[in-house]
Design a protein around this ligand. Structure first.
Ligand code: SF4
Length: 369
């Protein structure tokens, strides 16, 4: 099945997932699942579904793509890092001086259950997505402090090839733009979209000859590194694209040092440099399902690092707070953790180090720090 046909045949309904995984859900459970899917869409490529180990009730791949009843837990919020307040025009965020982030689509090849943009991915209301690309280009053009654009969404590689070409063409014409980043989980969930699509690869290669393109992808578990995902990465690397990875630390998925070290080592082996490990945000429907408390998380990251070479541990363990990207440096004492601004929204915070006392179950920092 080619990637377009595969996408059309994604698993999207409770009945389909029930059948595909040989579940015998009770009518009551089936209704609950349908209600969750109505609110937070499900869409699973057949390829990704094939990675599920059906004999393992705790299979991490299943948890990443199939809804759980825990998604009905509404504690937390839908905008945990102040995206609304950083929106300068519809679908364009400008939080850090050098970087503009363009919300190009609200569609993804798969709707990850831990997504921090749960409020907008796959839903009918796409108000937050840019509808007038010229406005975005004009904003970037007149803001000479912007050196790079992150094309985000949704999944930026869900845009048509024509739109991707247009995005690259317009941004690369701007003198003060040095490089473009695409945020995409497609190499992980639908790698065929990359290695089967020569037209996409040609477009990327042509523009990469003008200015550097980075693909920032999102592997969360070693089981996602397969022959197919490796082929997608290789296809990108062969045309000179730099591929880096962001992982989210997720309870029940990768919250142990052996799994996390295996993931970081395996990524390095296929030429994907680990970039960030993110603290999971307190998003409604995600928080109580996936967040790992700081104290436990710091122990996991420290032990993970003890198993890694320099390149494999070249990531920062960080959180995307309303006030900036904050590195979680490590424990100072049993109850105190050292944090440091890696990127600050306000100049006064740049590089600031904070020693903060945390509770045993605390997994996020308050708004005011
Ligand atoms: S691909 Fe990215 S934006 Fe889309 S659901 Fe997954 S994490 Fe969210």
């Amino acid at each position: 099945m080619d990637w377009k046909t595969q996408l059309k045949n994604n698993i999207t309904t409770a009945d389909e997932v029930n059948e595909a995984l040989n579940w015998n859900l009770s009518e009551d459970d089936n209704i609950k699942l349908k209600n969750i899917i109505d609110r937070y869409p499900m869409s699973i490529p057949r390829y990704y579904l094939s990675l599920i180990n059906r004999d393992d009730p705790d299979d991490p791949i299943r948890k990443l793509c199939v809804p759980s009843i825990l998604e009905t837990d509404m504690s937390g919020s839908f905008d945990t890092s102040g995206e609304a307040s950083n929106t300068v025009i519809n679908g364009l965020q400008h939080k850090y001086k050098q970087t503009a982030m363009y919300l190009s689509t609200n569609r993804c090849a798969m709707y990850c259950r831990h997504c921090f943009r749960k409020r907008l991915v796959g839903v009918v209301n796409d108000d937050e997505i840019n509808k007038n690309f010229d406005d975005v280009v004009n904003y970037v053009r007149i803001h000479e402090e912007i050196t790079n654009v992150l094309v985000s969404g949704g999944d930026s590689f869900m845009n048509s090839n024509e739109k991707i070409r247009k995005i690259l063409d317009e941004f690369m014409k701007i003198d003060h733009i040095d490089f473009i980043r695409f945020g995409t989980r497609i190499p992980v969930v639908l790698p065929q979209r990359i290695y089967e699509d020569d037209e996409l690869l040609d477009i990327l290669q042509n523009y990469n000859n003008i200015k550097q393109i980075y693909v920032v992808t999102h592997f969360n578990h070693p089981n996602e590194i397969t022959e197919e995902s490796n082929r997608a990465v290789e296809a990108l690397r062969n045309i000179g694209i730099v591929v880096r990875n962001q992982t989210v630390l997720l309870k029940g998925i990768n919250d142990n040092p052996d799994t996390m070290a295996d993931l970081m080592n395996s990524l390095t082996k296929i030429g994907v440099t680990p970039y960030y490990i993110f603290q999971c945000r307190p998003v409604s429907g995600v928080k109580n399902q996936f967040q790992v408390p700081f104290k436990k998380a710091v122990r996991i990251i420290d032990e993970t690092k003890s198993k890694l070479s320099g390149i494999s541990k070249s990531f920062k363990y960080a959180m995307s707070h309303t006030t900036g990207k904050i590195e979680i440096v490590g424990n100072l004492s049993e109850d105190e953790i050292i944090f440091k601004y890696h990127q600050a929204k306000y100049t006064k915070n740049q590089g600031r180090i904070m020693i903060i006392k945390v509770e045993d179950n605390q997994a996020w920092l308050p708004e005011k720090i």
